[in-house]
Ligand binder design. Structure first.
Ligand SMILES: [Zn+2]
Length: 119
């Protein structure tokens, strides 16, 4: 069951962000990127410290490349597109650093760099 609590769409004007490919809602800040060297379900994934404008799906145990993890799918608040998953818990202590982090599929996101004017 999806989290039904209401959330306000946030924007981060002037910051480099990753946005939803489908509806352009801001999903995360580039500053929140931990690693680009992750695998998503269909391709490359980004491990992110935090995400906004998303809701979590049902919590479930899933067997991933790095072992069993308790995860929940992450959906865009704007268009309901599945963007990746959230790590609730990792069984393997080597994977504990992922707990509370987001794995976002690269092909679901658009990178938007803020304009920087040279003086
Ligand atoms: Zn969206």
């Amino acid at each position: 069951m999806a989290d039904t609590k209401t959330q306000v769409i946030q924007t981060y004007e002037g910051h480099p962000t990753y946005s939803c490919l489908k509806c352009a809602a801001v999903i995360t800040l580039q500053d929140e990127l931990i690693s680009k060297a992750f695998s998503g379900r269909d391709g490359r994934g980004f491990l992110m410290q935090s995400a906004v404008n998303v809701k979590l799906g049902r919590r479930e145990d899933r067997s991933l490349l790095t072992g069993v993890h308790t995860v929940a799918d992450v959906f865009c608040l704007g268009c309901n597109e599945r963007l990746g998953w959230y790590y609730h818990k990792a069984a393997d202590h080597m994977q504990k650093y992922k707990e509370g982090k987001y794995l976002l599929e690269r092909e679901k996101l658009v990178k938007e760099n803020a304009w920087v004017l040279d003086e």
